[in-house]
Design a protein around this ligand. Structure first.
Ligand SMILES: Cc1cc2nc3c(=O)[nH]c(=O)nc-3n(C[C@H](O)[C@H](O)[C@H](O)COP(=O)(O)OP(=O)(O)OC[C@H]3O[C@@H](n4cnc5c(N)ncnc54)[C@H](O)[C@@H]3O)c2cc1C
Length: 813
């Protein structure tokens, strides 16, 4: 007991695969003064019973990166720490039953290739040659992933733990963290064996993460699902085949039927993601247990019956096998199914690496990401997909349960660009929601706020089924075109609830803000776009800055960026300044198009001669509003900012005034089309920490004459060395689909860049892609190709100016 560590630099709470990997990677980064606390034995949570599948497949670039890294790590880990492990790299076949599924596979092949992986598409006959026991008559094809396989999760955890111990870390088993307190800028972690004081703490408590988070006063957005797999005994035919060929079958995933089927010794392991499915510990009569170490839920095979039959039809061999064991264990889910890795919102020196749905295949990469957050305050890859701050606190238990069940029930679902998932909706409604709905608005959630995506006309198909396509054109296309053209020729209005907005005040606010952003501050009464870089010059965020006074600023940013941006501002804030989050108090409507001045003249007392990038207080329908003379759509226009309670009154007045001018409501799809034509970047698509400010083509927002600003040294060095890749606008002669995020750009048979946005521009009548291209190829007119769902289409690099209204004459009109 005297040996118990009372002091450490980092304490990790939770000893599953993820906690162990976090510990290992902290040690690899040189932070060896770390202690991991495990309430039971290592792996006692979800890890011990996991099936251990290690796919690299993901349709998300960052998640694929994390899984690819894991697979690479696992190949060498056993030898590196001298802990031999059962890790079988069997490859996998992922079956496709439809054209859309094959398109998904082709996109993933392209992303995989860009990450250095050789995934490929198989014809039904090719699949059979790799998987002889398979019925293929109804398949369209398959994806072959040679890096896929399975690992023993307990051995993986022990190997990571051994490696960490060898480097000097401590692991305390049977030692729960029971309290946390903050004393003198240190954390004091209470355990039955004594207190540990530490600088930094990490919540890696798996499905217990919500309980651990409560100790920090935080309500974690998560829920717990039950997931089952069935083990079938040796099948003589499979045994003799395996012995003859000398290897196992590739892992099979029938994603359209929603299950995996894996060879386990000479038997099989079948794991469905069923729908309807079962949540646990989600209602008052099923409370969360104090301890569930090494426990399972009772078997419940009835709800898997459809999948069992389907798998038997697909692999008839399975029907000959005896079921020997069922594992039914808890898996935690966040509302979007991705884990939480990164800073704990609102809590100093605390991080999260928890709520993993695929924590075995992601543990390796997650450990790397977590260690970077802790030791460097930033990650190599942009990891917004897993950042805890993407949830901003409104996600109530009902929402978490509904979304968790939806994600589980569609674990292999395709994420189509015009599709919105139906569960957990209508949680945050604009005061004019009923009005826009009555006009035909089809909604989609943005940080929970329902915004119009497009306005259906009488007869337009608004069914969910119609959204299940990668194609550009669907029922929305004609309506979106009309909306865009109304904005071009008359004017449009878009209700935009949920912007994040912060009031920054205090003596010295201007000097402080100037040192945070790369560019110039606007003068009083004016607005500007501001870019925040990190110390490496990478793009952290973009905000609209309105200068209300010498030291008084309103900062406006994306709805989902609320916690991220607030935390960034507070983290660097100078003493004496104050930041007030006014996001909940205000709402916004965009009024834009050549007739918007006439509309405002008819309903407001505003001075409409004030130029672009100015703002003013004005009255509409007796209500005091702020008018910002900007337009993300790239036409003459104003953002109308109203106190939330007055939004409907203002909407009604503007709509009435707009009637004679052809005012038409438009949605987010149209806004996307309009902004892409202007080359306006979207946060966490075109703007991310994967790129520097110079790569992002934002040098016009860099004021080199300032004595200093965050990232200046790194950007100056980059400029001197030469920027290697640069932001470009491309027009693409694409086929039926617009280029999705991370479509590769080709030149003379080599990949030379990637797209970050792709959409059809209705004003210019072309498919436009924004992206990053090797710097020597960015001359206007350069011919390249963009790979869209496996096919390469001709594309041309455009001038470094907006495709629509290159001189900004319309917006300044
Ligand atoms: C049936 C099934 C099959 C699965 N198959 C796969 C698969 O094939 N591939 C895959 O990638 N994933 C799979 N998963 C998911 C995977 O098991 C989890 O994502 C993964 O194990 C999570 O690891 P973790 O370290 O985050 O959490 P856990 O393994 O749950 O570890 C958390 C640890 O924290 C400890 N703890 C909790 N509270 C405290 C406290 N207060 N103090 C100290 N310690 C604490 C717990 O005892 C536990 O050991 C499967 C899950 C199930 C249920």
């Amino acid at each position: 007991m005297s040996d118990f560590p009372t002091q450490a630099r980092v304490v990790i709470i939770g000893g599953g695969a993820v906690g162990a990997s976090a510990l290992y990677h902290l040690c690899k980064a040189g932070w060896t003064d770390c202690v991991l606390l495990e309430k039971n034995e290592l792996t006692a949570g979800s890890t011990w019973h996991a099936a251990g599948n290690v796919p690299t497949f993901s349709s998300s670039w960052s998640i694929m990166n994390m899984q690819r890294y894991s697979a690479e790590l696992y190949r060498t880990l056993g030898e590196a720490v001298d802990y031999p492990m059962n890790y079988h790299v069997t490859g996998s076949v992922r079956l496709g039953h439809s054209k859309e599924r094959l398109q998904e596979f082709k996109r993933v092949v392209g992303m995989g290739r860009y990450q250095g992986m050789d995934l490929n598409i198989l014809s039904p006959d090719d699949v059979r040659s790799r998987y002889p026991f398979l019925e293929t008559h109804d398949l369209s094809g398959a994806l072959y992933d040679p890096y896929d396989g399975d690992i023993d999760p307990a051995q993986l955890t022990q190997a990571l733990a051994k490696g960490a111990r060898q480097m000097g870390a401590r692991i305390e088993r049977f030692c729960p963290a029971t309290s946390v307190t903050r004393e003198n800028d240190e954390w004091v972690i209470g355990t039955p064996k004594g207190d540990i004081r530490c600088e930094i703490v990490v919540n890696a408590a798996g499905y217990y993460a919500r309980e651990v988070a409560k100790m920090f006063g935080r309500d974690l957005p998560m829920m717990v699902m039950s997931h089952q797999y069935m083990l079938f005994d040796t099948i003589p035919e499979l045994e003799s085949w395996s012995k003859e060929v000398g290897h196992k079958l590739p892992l099979l995933r029938d994603v359209d039927s929603s299950y995996y089927l894996r060879q386990e010794k000479y038997g099989l392991n079948l794991g469905p993601y069923e729908n309807p499915c079962r949540a646990h510990w989600a209602t008052p009569d099923d409370p969360f247990p104090q301890d569930f170490s090494f426990q399972l839920f009772p078997d419940d095979l009835e709800r898997l019956e459809w999948h069992i039959n389907d798998a038997m039809a697909r692999v008839p061999l399975l029907a000959k096998a005896n079921l020997t064991k069922v594992i039914n264990g808890p898996i935690p889910y966040t509302p979007d199914g991705n884990p939480l890795i990164g800073p704990m919102p609102g809590v100093p020196n605390a991080f999260e690496a928890c709520v993993f749905t695929f924590g075995i295949c992601q543990a390796g990469g997650a450990g790397k990401v977590l260690a970077e957050w802790v030791t460097q305050g930033a990650t190599e890859w942009d990891m917004w997909s897993c950042d805890p701050r993407r949830f901003t606190g409104w996600e109530d238990p009902d929402y978490c349960v509904k979304k968790g069940m939806e994600v589980y029930g569609h674990e292999y679902g395709m994420h189509f660009p015009h599709h919105t998932w139906p569960e957990g909706r209508m949680k945050r409604l604009s005061p004019v929601h009923d009005r826009t709905a009555a006009l035909g608005a089809q909604f989609g959630p943005y940080n929970g706020w329902e915004r119009a995506l497009w306005y259906a006309r009488p007869g337009d198909d608004t069914s969910e089924a119609a959204q299940q396509t990668w194609d550009r054109e669907g029922p929305w296309f004609g309506a979106v075109r009309e909306e865009c053209l109304a904005v071009r020729d008359a004017c449009g209005i878009l209700d935009l609830p949920g912007f994040s907005r912060f009031m920054l005040t205090g003596d010295g606010a201007a000097a402080w803000l100037a040192a945070q952003i790369t560019g110039k501050l606007p003068s009083i009464g004016r607005l500007g776009l501001a870019y925040f870089a990190d110390d490496k010059g990478r793009i952290v965020t973009e905000m609209s800055v309105a200068r209300m006074g010498e030291d008084q600023f309103l900062l406006i940013t994306a709805a989902t960026a609320q916690l991220h941006d607030k935390e960034w501002l507070l983290r660097h804030m100078a003493p004496g300044l104050s930041l007030f989050d006014a996001s909940e108090q205000w709402s916004c409507q965009i009024l834009t198009g050549p007739k918007s001045r006439a509309v405002l003249a008819a309903c407001s007392d505003a001075d409409l001669t004030k130029g672009w990038l100015t703002f003013q207080k004005a009255r509409i329908a007796g209500v005091e509003v702020y008018l910002f003379r900007v337009s993300f759509a790239g036409e003459l226009g104003w953002e109308i900012h109203t106190p939330v309670g007055d939004t409907a009154q203002v909407w009604d007045a503007v709509m009435a005034a707009g009637k004679p001018h052809g005012l038409r409501p438009f949605g987010m799809f149209a806004l996307n089309s309009l902004r892409v034509e202007k080359g306006y970047r979207a946060w966490k698509g075109d703007l991310s920490t994967d790129y520097t400010v110079l790569q992002g083509g934002l040098e016009r927002f860099v004021d080199w004459s300032k004595p200093d600003f965050r990232g200046k040294a790194a950007l100056a060095a980059e400029k001197q060395a030469g920027v290697t890749k640069r932001f470009v606008t491309l027009t693409v002669e694409a086929g039926e689909c617009d280029p999705p995020y991370m479509s590769t750009i080709w030149h003379e048979g080599r990949v030379v860049g990637e797209t970050t946005s792709g959409y059809f521009g209705h004003r210019v009548g072309k498919v436009i892609a924004l992206g990053m291209l090797r710097a020597d190829l960015t001359a206007p007119g350069t011919a390249v190709e963009v790979e869209v769902f496996g096919t390469r289409y001709p594309a041309v690099v455009q001038e470094d100016a907006p495709l629509w209204d290159a001189k900004n004459e319309r917006i300044r009109a």
